[in-house]
Design a protein around this ligand. Structure first.
Ligand SMILES: Cc1ncc(COP(=O)(O)O)c(C=O)c1O
Length: 523
């Protein structure tokens, strides 16, 4: 008799209850066939993986009222069982170290091992924010040097290193803008965001108490300059623009946009999450940007934050620098970059600072990694980084535009990401079905249904670290699934077929998640 299948995996069935023939995959991959039960199902509360000597005295004598009265209910496993359980679980995850991770906008790129080595050096890994300053001079020097590079690469005046993520950086920039407006007694209420803006932009503006209004896009996917100019007025505090934008296009009118915004007395916030497409080639400061966050994970190869170890320094123009949060780094009149930790000590006074974003200096682990990446490439190497990122994205765009609808392909080359839509798919098949089909090919799906300006959007960002062979394999896989979507291959509707879990009910998973294990015998 076969062992009971505790996880409920079932083969794909058709409406008549027969096992479905699944189309052979292009890559030959069979996704992640390993299956794994929950640790509570593998281990037993009756066993333990450790043999402890008997206590010399009855436990009650020593623990008093703290003695445990009920069983703890945790599963006991041996060390190898535990290691294997978590290793098998980890293999159910897709990771950048396993293969190309095509998420657009989120940018999953290789984390060089050199970065990891440097970040683990005890002088960096073991510092504590409350150590006496005299014992962390080296760490402060690392922050200062990274700040110097960020200021240089963006052509800005100062930088707040403390924000913990891109979205946190957006809030920091908007708070600087508010402080600058308040300082001149100007209570403006509106922030303008393009239709294609990342969701964090309007969310940030609303969180900071502003009314958010849309700016329409042109047919070629860029900000409509004339519509923007028509909306500018004395109530507009700022415009938040992502450049390159979330359609993967460079906002060619950026300088004209900044000029018009400044003329109307407002500020330009640039969402610099996509700086990896232009680093070393364009300095946002030259385009009139007042504030911009940089997602270190996207441009400077630190591990993806996911809200955890993220870091989103914000560079500021000369006009906004006085309002930056402490600690703050900026150029002094002699052009040297200085770290200011207190309001009015150090190289220049910073008494108009709006306050602090975090208690301490920011993410040391990310600072060391980002600086390692910058120094190991140098200015020329960084220029090549952006060129290769753009080249790879264009290779994907041009290799697939004959099979997938590429709405902005006629506008010219894309930047770091290629965007496709679902036009041409057989009735009943969607971007979601294609994405699930891609899992069977052994790839994590691309970003889906974002930006909203493209129907059934698929946003693909290969990054600069992928080889042509890796790109070709991904292109072949995506092409084969796209052809199946166009031909109306019904088996896509039930994909993935080879993953440890079949297609989940996403609504139920979001609305009624089952997050705690309960013993089925107790139900
Ligand atoms: C364009 C854009 N803006 C803002 C963000 C928010 O950044 P974070 O996730 O670090 O908060 C992202 C996320 O990657 C992004 O792609």
């Amino acid at each position: 008799m076969s062992a009971p299948n505790k996880t409920g995996w079932k083969p794909a069935m058709n409406a008549d209850g027969e096992m479905m023939a699944v189309t052979a995959t292009y890559t030959g991959n069979r996704a992640l066939m390993l299956d794994e039960a929950l640790i509570f199902e593998i281990g037993s509360t009756e066993t333990t993986g450790v043999d402890l000597p008997d206590a010399p005295l009855p436990a009650a004598n020593r623990l008093g009222g703290f003695e445990r009265r009920d069983p703890i209910g945790l599963p006991g496993l041996s060390e190898p069982e535990t290691v294997r359980h978590y290793t098998r679980l980890s293999r159910q995850n897709y990771a950048i170290d396993l293969g190309l991770f095509p998420l657009g906008s989120c940018t999953m790129k290789h984390n060089p091992r050199l970065n990891e080595k440097v970040a683990r050096m005890p002088g960096f890994a073991d510092v504590h924010p409350l150590q006496p300053v005299g014992t962390v001079r080296g760490a402060l020097e690392v922050m200062n040097e990274l700040a110097f590079w960020l200021i240089e690469l963006t052509g800005m005046h100062g930088v707040a290193m403390s924000p913990k993520a891109g979205a946190h950086g957006e809030l920091c920039g908007i708070l600087c803008i508010r402080a600058a407006l308040e300082a001149r007694g100007d209570a403006r209420k509106v922030v303008l965001c393009p239709e294609s803006a990342h969701g964090t932009n309007p969310a940030t503006a609303a969180f900071a108490g502003y009314q958010v209004e849309d700016i329409p896009a042109t047919a070629e996917g860029r900000v409509d300059l004339e519509a923007l100019k028509a909306r500018l007025g004395p109530d507009v505090a700022a415009v938040m623009i992502t450049n390159p934008n979330t359609c993967g296009l460079f906002e060619r009118d950026m300088k004209a946009i900044s000029d018009a915004v400044h003329e109307a007395g407002a500020f330009v916030y640039c969402d610099g999450a996509n700086f990896n497409a232009i680093v070393g080639r364009v300095r946002p400061g030259d385009l009139g940007v007042d504030a911009m966050h940089i997602n270190l994970h996207k441009t400077f190869s630190t591990p993806h934050g996911g809200g955890g170890p993220g870091s989103g320094p914000v560079v500021l123009s000369e006009a906004l620098s006085p309002y930056g949060p402490l600690p703050f780094t900026a150029r002094t009149a002699d052009g040297v970059v200085h770290l200011v930790e207190e309001e009015n000590t150090g190289a220049f006074d910073h008494t108009q600072s709006f306050g602090r974003m975090t208690a301490f200096h920011g993410q040391m682990g990310m600072f060391t990694r980002a600086l390692t990446y910058i120094l190991s490439h140098g200015a020329d190497g960084l220029k090549q980084v952006s060129e290769d990122a753009v080249l790879n994205a264009n290779y994907i765009l041009r290799s697939l535009e004959d099979v997938l609808h590429a709405p902005f392909a006629a506008s010219g080359p894309c930047m770091h990401e290629a965007i496709f839509g679902d036009k041409g798919f057989a009735a009943g098949l969607s971007t979601l079905d294609l994405a699930k089909g891609l899992i069977d090919e052994g790839f994590h799906p691309m970003t889906m249904y974002f930006p909203l300006v493209v129907h059934g959007a698929m946003l693909v960002e290969p990054t600069e670290t992928e080889s042509k062979a890796a790109l070709d394999q991904f292109i072949g896989a995506l092409r084969s699934v796209a052809e199946r979507a166009i031909a109306g291959d019904e088996s896509l509707k039930t994909a993935p077929h080879f993953a440890p879990r079949r297609r989940l009910d996403e609504t139920l998973a979001a609305r009624k998640p089952v997050l705690a294990w309960s013993d089925p015998g107790m139900d």
